[in-house]
Design a protein around this ligand. Sequence first.
Ligand SMILES: [Fe+2]
Length: 212
Amino acid sequence: MSTRLRLTAIAIALTMAPLGAFAQTSNTAQVAQALTLTPRQVEGPYYPPQKPADRDNDLTRVGDGAPALGQVLMLSGRLVDERNNPISRARIEIWQTDHSGIYMHPNFSGASKRDRNFQFYGEANTDEAGRFNFRTIMPGTYGGRPRHLHVKIAPMKGSALTTQLYFKGDERLSGDGIVRSLGASLSTVLLDPEPRSATESHASVTFVVRAN
Ligand SMILES: [Fe+2]
């Protein structure tokens, strides 16, 4: 090899070295971009032992009854895997208290005083883009816990995931043991509702579950 060719080969090698390093960094970055999984949280004692006959995704009415009391919360969400691929045909369940913090459950003290126009439990199926929607009421508080919605996610494959959703700015968050155990992943289950009118607000959430 002539001196000139040798120098050219060295120059190419020097040029490729940083590219190789970049490619490695880029792969590392792609791994790091995997979305944070939605944290698993306790189901709690008030999952309905008998699901209501009306169990659609509008919890603010039971059948053709009067509207439930309280501030309406529109919740729109998306179910994806760690690579942000949508998960369709999964069932999302929510259950919660009415506006005054009462569950429809035989073991809940004061359940007879519940708002009978509230549905307490609802289901939605994700569409092809992994999207789902609920129309519900801002839950009340009970037993010192922050306001929360319980959620169960049952993808077509894999086991169900139970979790809970909270509300940004709730002063009860810092004193709640279940919330504290979440650490930094609290941010993935924290709703930040935006008012849409005097009686309605909208919040969104993304649930991330392991792909199977
Ligand atoms: Fe609860």
